[in-house]
Design a protein around this ligand. Structure first.
Ligand SMILES: N[C@@H](CCC(=O)N[C@@H](CS)C(=O)NCC(=O)O)C(=O)O
Length: 225
C-alpha cells in the first residue's frame, strides 16, 4: 500500500488526520507508534526528528510528510476524494487554514499542557501553567461560539480540514474544561462532530485505549466502559 500512517489511536493529532482519511475513504496502512518502546520511538524520530506523530509516508512518491495540516493538504492535493478538505477559492481556503491553526494552537496545545501535567512526577507539576491553559481554553471556547453563528461547520456549510482539527481538540478539551450554558452553539457543534461518521469511527477505534487517558474519568459515559 502506498500510504502508511505512523500513529497511535489515542493521540488527538493522529485523530485529526484519520478523520481526513476516513472522510474520503483513502486507502492507507496503520503503523502503530509506541513511544514507550525504544525501537518504535527511533523509527518515528528517523522520519521526523522532533518525534511527533502522526507522520505520513507515501511510498509511491517516496515522500515523508510530517505535521497534520501539511499531511491533510498533501492528501487533498495528491489523493483527492469526494470531500475537498481545502476550498478552491483562496479567500475561503485562508479561513480554513486560520481555524485549523486556531484549533491546533489554542485548543490542542493548552489541552495537551493540562493532560501532560497529570503525568509529571510528584513535585514537578506546573499549576500556574495549567491555570493559564484553562483560561486559554475558555477564551477559545467563546471565540468558537461567536465564529459558529449560523454555521453548520466552523467556516460555513462545508466540512473541512478545520473541522478535522476541531473534533479531537474539542473532544479532549471538554473533559478538562467542560462547556457551560453560555456556549450552546459550541455544544451543538461538538455533538455534530462526535456524530460525524469519520470521527465516530476514530473514537470507536480509540475505545480500547481510553483506559490509558489520564482524565478517563471525565470522558463521556459511553466511552468509559
Ligand atoms: N504540530 C504537530 C503536533 C503533533 C503532536 O503534538 N503529536 C503528539 C501526539 S497527539 C505527539 O507526538 N506527542 C509525543 C511527544 O510529544 O513526545 C502536528 O500537527 O502534527
Amino acid at each position: 500500500m502506498s500510504l502508511v500512517l505512523y500513529m497511535h489511536p489515542l493521540a488527538s493529532f493522529c485523530h485529526k488526520v484519520l478523520i481526513a482519511l476516513y472522510e474520503n475513504g483513502t486507502a492507507f496502512e496503520n503503523r502503530l507508534v509506541d513511544l514507550a518502546d525504544a525501537a518504535s520511538s527511533a523509527e518515528i524520530e528517523r522520519l521526523w526528528p522532533v518525534g511527533k506523530m502522526p507522520v505520513l509516508r507515501d511510498e509511491a512518491r517516496d515522500s515523508t510528510i510530517p505535521e497534520t495540516s501539511i499531511i491533510i493538504e498533501y492528501l487533498d492535493r495528491h489523493y483527492p476524494g469526494e470531500i475537498p478538505l481545502l476550498p478552491q477559492v483562496p479567500s475561503e481556503a485562508l479561513q480554513v487554514r486560520l481555524w485549523d491553526r486556531f484549533f491546533d494552537l489554542y485548543v490542542q496545545v493548552p489541552m495537551q499542557k493540562i493532560v501532560i501535567d497529570r503525568l509529571r512526577p510528584e513535585g514537578m507539576n506546573d499549576p500556574h501553567g495549567v491555570e493559564e491553559a484553562q483560561t486559554l481554553l475558555r477564551t477559545a471556547y467563546s471565540m468558537i461560539e461567536k465564529q459558529l453563528g449560523e454555521n453548520r461547520w466552523i467556516t460555513g456549510e462545508a466540512f473541512t480540514m478545520a473541522d478535522c482539527a476541531a473534533a479531537p481538540a474539542l473532544f479532549y478539551a471538554e473533559t478538562l474544561v467542560p462547556f457551560d450554558d453560555k456556549l450552546p452553539k459550541l455544544k451543538e457543534y461538538y455533538d455534530r462532530l462526535i456524530e460525524r461518521p469519520s470521527f465516530a469511527r476514530v473514537l470507536q477505534e480509540a475505545r480500547p485505549y481510553f483506559m490509558f487517558y489520564p482524565y478517563r474519568e471525565n470522558l463521556p459515559a459511553r466511552f468509559r466502559g
